[in-house]
Design a protein around this ligand. Structure first.
Ligand code: IPD
Ligand code: CA
Ligand code: CA
Length: 270
């Protein structure tokens, strides 16, 4: 199999993302609930990337949102791509112009390459393990802010479960009282890319899937930030997880706010 080079992955992502900007009438192809749907473009982007990856790297596995489950056992980690063809599908459907393709390459359980591409702003965030994080070729770092009171914090509303979403809004209210302001962009991969380049000081959301955060996870750590679950533990294999990403100084402060919300008990007391 050809060596997996980040330059080739960037080209694959850039080519497929043209399907997003070309589409002016997004069409729902599958719907699981009134908040949870897939457009024909999500499927088309995923199909094109799968086809190109298969041609170039025939023995690698693809874990992709529109066609994969999270039940791969341990084998998936040997050599796999983890893909979200459109992160921010609700934004895409509403023409909000804040959606991205997110692609990670994993070997032996470690993310080696991560790419997040926002085709509307033409911003390509990328990282290769040990080589730093970049936006359109320029090195990026997480913010230097140490004071939560001066921080702009992103969060997600876990939109596919209104129950989880309400939990998120309760946590967000607590964080809101302690930070400068909150932002809800609607695309977790973009939130993570923005933490990596310091536009956001921190980001948190419950129940993210690996395709939402695998590329962002490497980009954040290569930008000097920390990504963990809400107890401060490292991200685990192919599971849904509660994610916190921030600069090292803010990560500790955010953790002390979120730790009260890690157990289910806390929510039932509210
Ligand atoms: C969603 C977006 C959203 C986040 C959700 C994700 P999708 O991904 O990242 O911002 O709140 O938790 O599932 O479904 O648009 O790929
Ligand atoms: Ca996603
Ligand atoms: Ca998606």
């Amino acid at each position: 199999m050809a060596m997996v080079e980040i330059g080739d992955l960037k080209e694959i992502v850039l080519r497929a993302s043209k399907l997003m900007t070309r589409e002016d009438m997004p069409r729902i192809a599958r719907q699981r609930s009134f908040t949870d749907y897939t457009t024909a473009t999500d499927i088309a982007v995923e199909d094109q990337i799968r086809k190109e990856l298969k041609e170039r790297y025939p023995s690698s596995l693809l874990v992709a949102e529109e066609s994969s489950s999270l039940e791969y056992g341990e084998d998936w980690a040997r050599s796999a791509f983890v893909l979200d063809p459109i992160d921010g599908t609700i934004n895409f459907f509403h023409h909000l112009g804040t959606s991205a393709v997110s692609l990670a390459y994993v070997e032996n359980g470690e993310v080696l390459h991560g790419i997040i591409y926002d085709p509307y702003r033409e911003e390509l965030f990328s990282a290769t393990r040990g080589e730093g994080a970049y936006m359109n070729g320029h090195a990026v770092k997480t913010s230097l802010t140490c004071d939560l009171g001066n921080s702009l914090v992103g969060f997600g509303t876990s939109p596919y479960s209104k129950e989880k979403g309400l939990e998120m809004l309760r946590v967000a209210a607590d964080v809101y009282l302690n930070c400068q302001d909150l932002r809800r962009l609607g695309a977790a991969a973009i939130d993570l890319a923005y933490v990596a380049c310091g536009r956001l000081d921190a980001f948190f959301e419950k129940d993210l899937k690996p395709w939402d955060f695998y590329a962002g996870m490497l980009i954040i750590s290569e930008a000097g930030g920390i990504i963990s679950d809400w107890e401060g533990l490292p991200v685990r294999g192919l599971e849904k997880q509660d994610i916190l990403a921030a600069s090292p100084a803010l990560h500790k402060k955010m953790l002390s706010l979120l730790e009260g919300y890690t157990g289910k008990g806390h929510f039932s007391e509210i």
